[in-house]
Design a protein around this ligand. Structure first.
Ligand SMILES: C[S@@+](CC[C@H](N)C(=O)[O-])C[C@H]1O[C@@H](n2cnc3c(N)ncnc32)[C@H](O)[C@@H]1O
Length: 189
């Protein structure tokens, strides 16, 4: 069980806002409005999930940290929560599977993404927002997380593109700045 998210849940939202790590506007623009079925992997306190529900979507947060997801439920009762760690064989299929600031916390990334690509509906998207390992600012974030006893598995965006392509997804890289990137994988069949 993660020490970081267990003890840090209380101050998580304030911390993210204070250090300007809470901007999910590009993700919200990519998904748009509608009634998509969305899995928010590592959705934590439900900041993004809440906004997606207000845009008409249904959201299931899949996240092992009860301290984090209790806050998501308080924020919006419509958020469904599954308290499990990825990878596991998800029962349902989704239009969008989102990893925002989460993939670098997951050890078995290949297995997780392969399972997710098999759970995408036609035209479904995997959206991964993470920190580029080359950036100094990312290194500072990872260093802080490691100091909080969190294991970090850095995500190289170029390797990530190749990995998603190997699952037959069409890919796109959006480089937001030197630190932040978004990788999108689309299933066409
Ligand atoms: C930095 S928080 C991001 C929360 C939220 N996505 C956001 O953008 O505010 C990372 C989250 O990933 C979750 N997490 C860590 N390992 C995970 C795993 N193996 N499967 C699913 N979620 C995981 C943590 O519990 C935590 O809530």
């Amino acid at each position: 069980m993660s020490y970081l998210f267990r003890y840090y849940a209380k101050v998580y939202d304030r911390f993210m806002s204070r250090f300007h790590l809470d901007d999910d506007s590009i993700i919200l623009d990519i998904i748009g409005i509608g009634n998509k079925k969305i899995a928010d992997i590592g959705g934590g306190t439900g900041r993004t999930g809440d906004k997606l529900i207000k845009k008409g979507h249904s959201v299931t947060i899949i996240d092992p940290s009860r301290s984090m997801t209790i806050r998501a439920k308080k924020r919006n009762k419509k958020i469904r929560v599954i308290n499990r760690s990825m990878p596991f064989d998800m029962k349902e299929e989704y239009d969008v599977i989102l990893f925002r600031d989460c993939l670098h916390h997951i050890r078995k990334q290949r297995e997780t993404l392969e399972l997710c690509s098999n759970k995408l509906r036609k035209d479904g998207l995997i959206i991964i927002a993470d920190f580029s390992p080359e950036s100094i600012k990312s290194k500072i974030i990872f260093c802080f997380e490691r100091l909080c006893f969190e294991k970090i598995y850095e995500v190289d965006e170029k390797k990530l593109l190749k990995l998603l392509q190997s699952f037959d997804l069409n890919t796109k890289l959006i480089r937001i700045n030197h630190r932040d990137f978004i990788v999108i994988g689309r299933k066409n069949r």
